[in-house]
Design a protein around this ligand. Structure first.
Ligand code: B4P
Length: 189
């Protein structure tokens, strides 16, 4: 079973590359960002709470996102494997994920980190904001998302590096070139 964490700053290409990985390897896609946006468009209580937090570029509480992942693991017991996109985003989420994996007799196979400079992240997200109108893709929120990433999320890389599971790749270049680098890493497993 292949359980892959796709890691990187906002705009590093996690969602984009996840789609290609799923197509090639038939994994179940678990994107906490997509699940939260789905709650928002369905006007659920959780969606209402999440929207205010996401519009500021802050992180939704660990308890909520861990619960969401737990539900998805439970409802996909026959999966060939999972791709975790945008999760874990804090060390507490990483510890909870490890515990969930143990309880499902699974393990995280690898973390692929996409390395992209800050200026490129901002350019990509501003462009997406203009094209899609996503509420959190405006300059003020993007700056805060990147700062939240540096303070709260980047320590997750050290957590998996200590487990010798981190593979950091260059996230600059064409979408297909970057996908080729990810495939090389997966095929070495
Ligand atoms: P996410 O939905 O995870 O969004 P993201 O970090 O902005 O990355 P995304 O995957 O969408 O973008 P991508 O890099 O693919 O999170 C949104 C919010 O949800 C968070 O701020 C937080 O509030 C909340 N949240 C989510 N998970 C949470 C958790 N675990 N705990 C707490 N809160 C959580 O792509 C960006 C753009 O770049 C796209 O337009 C794409 O077309 C473009 N792009 C991609 N690759 C490119 C390339 N090679 N060259 C040029 N452009 C490229």
């Amino acid at each position: 079973m292949l359980n892959l964490i796709l890691f990187g700053a906002p705009g590093s290409g996690k969602g984009t590359q996840s789609e290609k990985i799923i197509e090639k390897y038939g994994l179940v896609h678990l994107s906490t960002g997509d699940i939260l946006r789905n709650e928002i468009s369905n006007h659920t209580d959780l969606g209402l709470k999440a929207k205010a937090i996401m519009d500021k570029g802050e992180l939704v509480s660990d308890e909520i996102v861990i619960g969401m992942i737990e539900n998805k693991l439970e409802s996909n017991k026959n999966a060939k494997g999972f791709i975790f996109d945008g999760f874990p985003r804090t060390v507490a989420q990483a510890e909870a994920l490890d515990a969930l994996m143990v309880s499902h007799k699974q393990t995280i196979s690898i973390m692929v980190g996409l390395d992209v400079p800050k200026e490129e992240l901002i350019d990509r997200l501003l462009k997406r904001g203009q094209e899609s109108g996503r509420a959190d893709d405006n300059l003020e929120t993007i700056e805060n998302r990147i700062s939240v990433y540096q303070k709260q999320t980047s320590p997750v890389m050290s957590y998996y590096n200590e487990q010798k599971k981190l593979r950091l790749i260059n996230g600059l270049g064409s979408i297909d070139d970057i996908f080729g680098r990810i495939v090389d890493v997966i095929n070495k497993l």
